[in-house]
Ligand binder design. Structure first.
Ligand SMILES: Nc1ncnc2c1ncn2[C@@H]1O[C@H](COP(=O)(O)OP(=O)(O)OP(=O)(O)O)[C@@H](O)[C@H]1O
Ligand SMILES: [Mg+2]
Length: 272
């Protein structure tokens, strides 16, 4: 791990680029509840950045700030070297940021294919009128979108469920479809809120492999909220640790695991 903003290669040969996003002194309040208290950290191009912490620590809130779903009460979000103005979430999505949710948010009556297709929305041009006016263009766009979706279906090994309504799929596969929908946007920055929660060991292994492959093959930068420390250790380059809205640790996994504040937050061990 380096403090410099220059790209570097990790011990296991992974290339980490410059700073892609910087969160500066973020505070987020809901009425009297302070969900995030003055937190700063950066996200570097090509890395897998984990956010961990006990329940209610503010992890999902932080992801919602990154995705533009929440506007921080104080602080600034810098993306690609520029301060991000207050922006609606769909505008943020158009900048190449996609996400999955802690609770699955798919259209349960729609097929796997159609659900993933909804992820292409940022790649579709202005709606029905332009489609009616430009038949040829709309057709080309439709073909390109279909091809992109087919590639994702192959990549995630879900050909066998392409026509199945997602509400009928087991939980682990629904999570995989949701990842597919996020990938359909071809994001530069992918935000995953507990992609492995509620999964069995085998499903977790599959999901871990897909996350690593996305990062490897497409160079996608990933921010991952995860409770399973084994998974965090295996996947992440750097970890931010939150507790009661504060940042209590930030660094490579082995370093934060040895951090006494982190141990205390997880185990409730006191130092006296
Ligand atoms: N929309 C909201 N309105 C009011 N309070 C909220 C809202 N969203 C989150 N909070 C509060 O902010 C704090 C942080 O919640 P958040 O969901 O970000 O935690 P988390 O770390 O993701 O927890 P978990 O591990 O349980 O998912 C909690 O006290 C929560 O009750
Ligand atoms: Mg959460």
């Amino acid at each position: 791990m380096k403090d410099t903003v220059e790209p570097y290669v990790t011990e296991d040969g992974r290339t980490i680029g410059g700073v892609l996003m910087e969160l500066k002194h973020i505070t987020l309040k809901f009425g009297g509840v302070v969900a995030i208290k003055d937190i700063s950290f950066d996200i570097r191009e090509g890395e897998i950045r984990a956010i961990i912490g006990p329940n209610g620590a503010g992890k999902s809130s932080m992801l919602n700030v990154i995705s533009g779903f929440y506007t921080p009460t104080e602080g600034e979000v810098w993306f690609e070297g520029k301060k991000r103005p207050q922006m609606r979430p769909y505008k943020v999505a158009q900048q190449g940021i996609a996400r999955t949710f802690q609770n699955i948010a798919l259209f349960s009556g729609m097929s796997t294919l159609d659900n993933i297709m909804t992820g292409r929305i940022t790649h579709m041009s202005a709606g029905l009128f332009s489609q009616a006016a430009w038949w040829g263009k709309a057709e080309r766009e439709e073909t390109a979108n279909r091809e992109a979706v087919e590639k994702i279906i192959d990549f995630l090994e879900i050909q066998h469920i392409r026509k199945t309504p997602v509400g009928r799929l087991p939980y682990g596969l629904q999570k995989r479809v949701e990842l597919g929908r996020a990938l359909a946007a071809e994001p530069r920055l992918l935000l995953l809120d507990e992609p492995m929660a509620g999964m069995n060991v085998e499903e977790k292994e599959d999901m871990s492999r897909f996350i690593l492959d996305v990062n490897d093959e497409f160079g996608t930068t990933i921010v991952l909220i995860e409770h399973d420390m084994g998974v965090v250790m295996d996947l992440s380059d750097r970890v931010v640790v939150m507790d009661y809205g504060k940042k209590i640790g930030d660094g490579p996994p082995e370093e934060v695991r040895a951090n006494p504040d982190v141990i205390e937050a997880y185990l409730g061990v006191s130092h006296d």
